[in-house]
Design a protein around this ligand. Structure first.
Ligand code: PBG
Length: 323
């Protein structure tokens, strides 16, 4: 490659039209998935304190929000449910009249074109707040798989378009894939939270989903933030087990992982721009310390540049306005 003064990189930065022509990454509405929280009751929209602009909606308001997403052209939502009551086994997670099952029915009725993805996990439904069955103070892997399978099937029966297991139990993608196939749901894709780290960035979400563990933490099932090769092993296992979309979560401290997953496996990659990442931007912007629009677009563009095909983000609606 020629060097200065023959090659002057600034030539192609001289004006916006030139910059548009050589721009390598474009964030678009096609990349976005908007997460929503649903509670029992009616006429409820409770703002989540550390996530300004995000609400726990009752189903009537959830439908209004879903219509807004469709009108904005956002391809899909991912739903999280807050049950009426919690117990050691997370019974409402796999009840056909559970909050998520009702919500999926309602959205698919009212807004059939919006993709409805469901987060499959037990932590919102268990009284101890862990993502599985507890015995002797430990989350038990294989007994948890049976419950995750029941949960996935009940989401499929309710009409879910995509099943997204986020529990990080070993073998859950294979168990869920097999059960879906055996029950006539062979065309429902699985978006696996494949490389999900034990992250402090989930703090605001746990307020939103009321899912804080009541003892200990999630480090015996979610990944150590220090590990990268292990993430590739997790992803390759989930691919072998039948996952269609591979997710890295969180996004911003893990751009290297997104990049490696995209370059080492030729698969669709999702990145979850999580609650704490959203909260930091919102808080700094509210203080007048940063420009929310520019910072959010820069961060989301970096997630795409790293290799993500789609981004789950609480900024989705704002992004459409900004673009
Ligand atoms: C459920 C789940 C969590 C998130 C998505 N699914 C929380 C957790 O694992 O503790 C976090 C999403 C966010 O922070 O925005 N297991």
């Amino acid at each position: 490659m020629s060097t200065f003064p023959i090659y002057r990189p600034r030539r192609l930065r001289a004006n916006e039209n030139l910059r548009r022509l050589v721009r390598e990454t474009a964030l678009s509405v096609n990349d976005l998935i908007y997460p929503m929280f649903v509670v029992h009751g009616r006429d409820t929209a409770t703002e989540i304190s550390a996530m300004p602009g995000c609400y726990q909606y009752s189903i009537d308001n959830l439908i209004k929000a879903a219509k807004e997403l469709a009108a904005l052209g956002i391809p899909g939502t991912i739903l999280f449910g807050i049950p009426a009551s919690k117990d050691p086994f997370g019974l409402e997670a796999y009840a056909d009249d559970g909050i998520i099952q009702q919500a999926v029915h309602a959205i698919k009725d009212a807004v059939p074109d919006l993709l409805v993805m469901t987060d499959v996990c037990l932590c919102e439904y268990t009284d101890h707040g862990h993502c599985g069955v507890i015995e002797a103070g430990e989350v038990q892997n294989d007994p948890t798989l049976e419950l995750l399978v029941k949960e996935s099937l009940s989401h499929a029966r309710a009409g879910a378009d995509v099943i997204a297991p986020s529990d990080m139990m070993d073998g859950r993608v294979g168990a869920i894939r097999t059960a879906l196939d055996e029950n006539g749901y062979e065309n429902i894709p699985i978006m696996a939270y494949a490389a999900k780290y034990a992250s402090a960035f989930y703090g605001p979400f746990r307020e939103a989903a009321e899912s804080t563990p009541q003892f200990g933490d999630r480090r015996s099932y979610q990944m150590d933030p220090a590990n990268a090769e292990e993430a590739l092993r997790e992803v390759s296992l989930d691919i072998e087990e039948g996952a269609d979309v591979l997710m890295v979560k969180p996004a911003l401290s893990y751009l290297d992982i997104i990049h490696r997953v995209k370059t080492e496996f030729q698969v669709p990659v999702a990145a979850y721009n999580v609650s704490g990442e959203y909260a930091m931007v919102k808080a700094a912007a509210q203080n007048g310390w940063i420009d929310e629009e520019r910072v959010a677009l820069e961060l989301l563009t970096s997630i795409k540049r790293a290799g993500a095909d789609m981004i789950l983000t609480y900024f989705a609606k704002s992004v459409v306005e900004w673009l």
